[in-house]
Every structure is written in C-alpha cells, then in structure tokens.
Design a protein around this ligand. Sequence first.
Ligand code: SF4
Length: 804
Amino acid sequence: MSEENSLLKALDNTVLSRRSFLKWSTALGGAAVLSGELNLGLKKVEAAAAATNLQADVTVVPSGCSHNCGGRCVLKAWVKDGSIVRITTDDRPDSTDDPQLRACPRGRSYRRRVYNPDRLKYPMKRVGNRGDGKFERVSWDEATTFIANEMKRIKEKYGPTAFYNHYASGAGSLFAGSRMATRLLNLFGGRLNSYGNYSNQCIGYVTPRVFGTGAVMCNTRDDWKNAKLMLFIGFNPAEMIFGTNTHYYIKQARQQGTKVILLDPRYSLTAQSLVDEWIPIRPGTDNALFDAMAYVMINENLQDQAFLDKYTLGFDEEHLPKDVPAGSSYKNYVLGKSDGVPKTPEWAETYTQIPARRIVQLAREVALTKPAMIMHGYGVQRRAYGELPIMGANMLAAMTGNLGKPGAGVGTTVNSRTVVGAHPTPANPVQESISVFTWAEAIVRGTEMGPTDGVTLLPAGQKTLKTNIKALFNIGGNTLINQHSDINKTDKILRDTSLCELIVVADQVLTPSAKYADVLLPVVTWFEKDDLCTNWGPGDSLISMSKAIEPLYECKTDYDIFAMIADKLGLKDKYTEGKTELQWIQQMVADSQKADPKFPSFEEWRKKGVYIFKSDPRIPLKTFIDDPVKNPLKTPTGKIELFSTTIWNEQKTGFVDAKVMPAIPKFQPEWEGGPWDELYKKYPLQAFGHHYQPRSHSTYEEVDWLREAFPQRVFMNPIDAQARGLKDGDKVHVFNDRGRMMLPVRVTPRIIPGVVNIPQGAWWTPDNNKVDQRGAINVLTNYRPTPGSRANPQHSNLVQVEKA
Ligand code: SF4
C-alpha cells in the first residue's frame, strides 16, 4: 500500500474518545493555544481507542462539508458517548443521474479539526502588540461588552462607513459568521460595502458588460455530454472541484466521445486524469493565443459570421455600436489595422511559447468542431489584466457560434438551481462600496479614495470616502493577512493601532489572521451546531447539517456570538427576530417545500441529510438566441457586446484607463509577466499559487495528516533546477522585493521552464528575519489591483529561487 493510501485508511480507522480527550486537555489548564506535546498525546489516545468496537452504541448524524473548496459534500459523524469517533460520507444509492456527494480526504479528516490542539477555547483579548498573537482569557460578557462599547465609540466618532466586515470564505453554510456580522452591522447603522471577491471578480466585472447579466454562461453539467469539444483554459476541476462531481460529468462526456484540450502551464491533476491533450502555455498570455486563433479564423473565413452579425456588436467594422469611432473593432485590431501589428500565430508564439503550427491547428479545430465549450478557470483572471482573458474567451465563443445551444457555452460551471429561502439580511443604510481587494488601502487612505480607485455609489456631491476603515470584523476568514497580497506590507498596516482601531476575529483555530485580533472569539465547528448548506455552485443539493456533539470548551455558534453583541447594543430582538437557528432552518426548508412539492418533510430531510432538486439542463442565452428581438439582453444595445459600450463609457468618466482596460479584448504583456518586464532581469521566474489537495484555500492547514500526505513545496522544472544546482528535496529560498520564504523544492517536469508554482494557502510563519518558514505565497504577491474590477492579481509575480 502506498504511503498516501495508508494515510487515507488511517483517516477512517482512528478513534478518539471525547472523555479521554477532555480529561487530557483539562489537565493542561487554561492554555489558549496547545502545543506539539498535545499532538503527541492525541496520537496516543487515538492508538488506544482504535481497538474499541466502532459499531456499538454509535449514532450516525448527517452533516456536510461547506468550506470554499469548490465543492459541497455529505459528511456523517459517528457519535459515541458524546464524542465523534469516525467520519464517513454519502452512502445513498449511487447512479449516473444522481451521483453521491462523496467527501474527499479533507472532509474525511474533519475530526482532526474538531479535536485539533490549536482549537480556540475561550474568548480572549489582546495583550502586547497587535499581531504578536498574545492574548489573555476573558469572559464572554467581558468580550462582548468591550466590542459593543468600541462599536458605539467608533460609530460616534467616525460614522457607520468606518465599519468593515471583511471578506471571509472559510465557511459557506447558512449561519456562516460573516453573514451574521453583516446582519448585525446593518442593523447597527450600516457599514462600508464591498463588491467582488478574491475568486472570480474579473468574471463578475466582464460578464454583465458583455452579456448584460452576472449569470454564468456555461451550460449545466447534465448537458456537457452534448459537446464535441471542450477547450479548458486553465480549468482544473480535478483539484479545484468546481462543484462536487464535476470531474465525473467530464468523464461521462469523454466516454461519449467529447474531446478535451487543456491549456495550462502546469501538468495538473486535470491534465493527468481528465483531458485528451495538454498544451503548455506561458502564464498570462492567453489573450495572445486567442488573438492569433482569431487571426487564423478570419484569414481562413472560419468564424461564424452569421452568428456574429445577428447577435453581437464589436467584432467587425460593420457591426460597431453607435457612435463608437471607426477602426475600433476586434477584427481591425487582430489584423493589425489599428496598431500595425497583425496578431499572427508567429507573433503569439513569442509570448505563449506554443508553436505557431499548433496555434493554427487549434484555431481550426475549435472553429470546426461544433458544438464546443470554451471553459476557463478562475486562475486565468487573478492576474495583472485579469479582465482580458475573460473577454477573450467570450470573443472565441461568439466567433465560433458556441453560445445558447446544447453542448456549447463559455466560462465555468453554471450557477446553482437549488431552491431555498435566504436568511434575511437587513438593508445596509450605507451605499458607498469599495472593491473587496482594496480594503487595506481603505484603512490607510480611504478619505482619498474615489471612483478612480474603484469606489462606487458615493452619495451625490461626495468625491471620496468620508472616513478610513476604523473597525474591522474578520469572521471565519484568513484574508486579513494570509490570503491577501503582500503579507509584509499588510502586516505593517494592521500592526498600527492608530489606523484600524478595532479588529474582531472569530474562528475555530489560531490562524495567522487571528493573531491580529484585539478580541478573539472561539467558534464551534459545524458538528457542534445546526446548520445547512447548498451546493457550492453547480449541483442542486440542500444538505442538512445537524448538531452531532455539544460545543467544545466555551465555543459558541456565530449566530449566538452576534446575538450577544446585539444584546449589548439593544438590538437582540431585531437581530434574532425571536428565532433560534433551528427555527430559521425550518423556515428555509418550508420555503423549499413550497417551491418544490417533492421536497420531503423537515424530519425526513434531516434524517436523510440531503435533498437533490431535479430539473432539465439549463442553457444560458437560449431565449436570446431563439429570438433576439423579443428577448434582448440587458446590455445597453440589447446584443452581446464584444465591444463593451459600458467599458467605453467608463473610460470616458475616468473610472477605467483605456490604455489598460480596452473595450475589446486586446493582449497586453503583463507587468511581472515575462522577459518584456525590466524586473525579469532580477527575478527571472514567474510564480503562481495553485489550489492544493490538502487545503481549501488556507482551511485544513491545521490538519497534520493532510500536511504529511501533501507536503508544501515549490514546484520547479528540471531545466531551472539544474541551472541553479538544485536537486529534488533541497531547501530553497524563493524571494522578490516583497518577501522571502524557505521551503523544499520539488523538481518535476509537470511545470514548464521559467515558471514555479507554490500551492496557495499555507499558513504564514515568519522567523525573526521575516523569512516565511512554511511557504505562504502571499509574501511574494503584489498589491496592484486589476484595471477594471480592481481585483486581486495574485498569480502575476516574478521571483528568484536559490539554494538555502
Ligand atoms: S473539502 Fe470540498 S471536496 Fe472535500 S469533502 Fe469538503 S466539500 Fe467535499
């Protein structure tokens, strides 16, 4: 048995008695953060307990895994004597139409999170410098009174826009803490809004501007078998999940003859297991490839001109939106008529490193194989000019007529069809909004930030934000430091208590972000509370999450924590509306029952643990394609705007800069993107961070089994390793002007030369010289928002690697 398989078996076989755990834990007194010694103890306890009979006196409680990995799966807690002794997964009958929602090793290792030595046990207040991670234990009353008093003081002094509820994607259930914070802050008088997210903000910017809607433009997975070709552009469902079972639908399509081609600088698990052909490409050069493919199609008259003429604007000079200057079309740009540079395959080869001959073949194959799906991941748009590859993929889909039909579509997997009522969030009295990625800037210079910094919805006559952010709630998230760009810069901002005056963190373990708390609150895991979750994106499930064990230590649910703070603010009745979490869940389920007559009773649903909604495959844009006159899009012109008039207008108002945010998809050589950047002489390797099997972003990093099974390493091509005298396993420094880390190197041809990849999400662990010891990629990433949506460009980095 391989080492990995042994570990997987161990995940299912080990047992921990709660009584033993608590006894042994209590013996260590009130230490807030437990040590490695305890880890050793845990192993001993488990070894002793492993021999007990698992089946006797066990209750199996259905729950779910609701982290932001891209999936949502069923978990079942086996409870004995008030302690979880085993985790299993979906055991409903499995079928091709209704595949089980089976958990991966992360979900199955969940006991290692519940009974983790680093669990936060009590409310705590900071002692010493912010960021040093030193706290003292306080009572819940003391903690919530302090928070409420600080909230009153800050509101009085700065107003409601000084409050900010930080982006947190660690938990995606109904009662996720960040939602509870939003609810309370809105009731308290409001908070500075934010738009976007750290995942797919450029998609969120482009899609409405091209299609007039924020909806995903890819057909539902049950339609994928109708595609003859799938072109994956950095799409990696084997590692990024993109909906539990997405890989399974791809396999189904391939079994029925669909060909899958992947463009990616990495030979990812998707490349290994789900595709027919892998075409390596230099990161950040997708638009050069798209432009050259368009060049071939135009020169060989392969584009679907009838589709372009009928449904789109902006492809050629004959179909430009009204008042747009002549010469602005995509065709003119591709042929070099507007800038003197024809976008030939040879031109694209110098950027993409894909041979020109292969670009010609690919263009012909994509143009002539119908229907085809153009599917991009999120990583391609977390880059310097992340809006452009999304616009380019849309252009490719339109040029080949692959929209609004079975087996066609563009983007990633489609949105949920799940029917469930939403936990109501009161309206935010504050309108003004920042891009979610610019929060740290708004701490330092919010009062200077206006529309040119991406601020939207400012009240009439107000040019900038009224105040900097002064109070920050970071609930169930690690973006305060670990997942935000340029960790060393963010560290300086957060440590300065004269800038942000209050930081409240609630979490389950002492994450790097939790160390910056002024008040640190311990939250239950979802096995210690009642909750529910829907599917992450694609899928149609409503998963019941029933309480399996009593809360450990003094941990509370997020709902109860904010109810306590609300009480101190005189808002408890408004906050709870007199309902418990279970009563809210009953209300949600009643909504689902009304919308779907087949939805079972509350009790039956809770017992089974999951309900799957059924409906026909969904094909975005179909009604528009069927009758574009009767069903125009909600774009300014009613058509698919391949030349975006909205972006064009944003250029005129100064919201975006036309030089870097064009209205058509033009390739722009990225900053920190390749040899064309001056910095390349000093830092000649492109670095990016992919999603890694042991973690969901930074969640699960505390699980030792997963860290052991999937060690953190920097992946490097043998050519680059040899040039540096490195061999597999050597300790290396990866660095640039923003930071430095030390970790082992994995020498492998699965990454192209000139590029290194460092799995994102490892917890930042600096030594005294600020050299990170664990491989947190954000010590290297850049704070320089993308030009349209002001999103995170965290995959555009130049670095150097040398032996440590
Ligand atoms: S981490 Fe994701 S894929 Fe794994 S069990 Fe949880 S929801 Fe499922």
